[in-house]
Design a protein around this ligand. Sequence first.
Ligand SMILES: CC(C)(COP(=O)(O)OP(=O)(O)OC[C@H]1O[C@@H](n2cnc3c(N)ncnc32)[C@H](O)[C@@H]1OP(=O)(O)O)[C@@H](O)C(=O)NCCC(=O)NCCS
Length: 223
Amino acid sequence: MAAVRRAAVQGAAVQGAAVQRAAVLRAVVLRAAPTRSAPGLVLRPWTDADAGPLLEAYRDPVLRRFTIQPVRDDEDAARWLVAQRDGWDSGRRFSFAVLQDGPDPGAAPLVANVVLKLAGSMDGYADVGYWTAGYARGRGIAPRAVEALTAWAFGTFAGNGLDRLALVHQVDNHASCRVAEKTGYAFARILPARPPFPREGHLHVRHWRVTGPSQLGHRDRPS
Ligand SMILES: CC(C)(COP(=O)(O)OP(=O)(O)OC[C@H]1O[C@@H](n2cnc3c(N)ncnc32)[C@H](O)[C@@H]1OP(=O)(O)O)[C@@H](O)C(=O)NCCC(=O)NCCS
């Protein structure tokens, strides 16, 4: 009986530690410095209050075309936000709302999303994903946010064996290919089409410590 009670106490302690760890991770805020032509970025976990801007961003057909889970209405938005929170709680998926930095944090516009997806057993690698709201494209936001996410991912999980990050985009997604190139994710190979995407993909990989300083283009460099 005492052994059962001890096991229950230990189980509760492990669960408590996991909950505490998730809470610590959920409090993480990342930053990307301003450039000569663009303000700084703040990356923080998504919250329920982001439903409106999320829905607005997903009105864009280009975003719908290149993402798996379109957000079409309030219900989709709520489901999407729950999935992001669950990701942080399970320690499997870490997504960040990217906001334009400004004097009033409460009024900072949503400009992008970046996400780190750990494989089941981690197995040394994880995937990154991203999108930028239609109105904010072409200002180097995705590369700067991916760079911040990459640094955080290696800084946080390299001790757990993470040594490479993968990025996959459909072959005809040239804008995404440019993001990969600008952030030092080297082209690795062509992948077969993966439903629901109809065309083949590009796999790009960035290795921990192998890649030198950020390869962001001149106009994207911090000023
Ligand atoms: C791919 C994507 C994230 C790029 O984000 P971004 O913040 O605009 O990134 P950048 O500013 O570095 O622009 C990247 C490329 O987009 C293209 N681009 C430039 N201005 C653009 C604009 N106003 N609108 C669309 N694309 C533009 C250019 O090819 C640019 O490359 P360049 O800098 O060599 O000219 C964005 O286009 C997007 O959200 N697309 C839809 C979702 C998606 O494809 N996600 C990735 C799935 S793998």
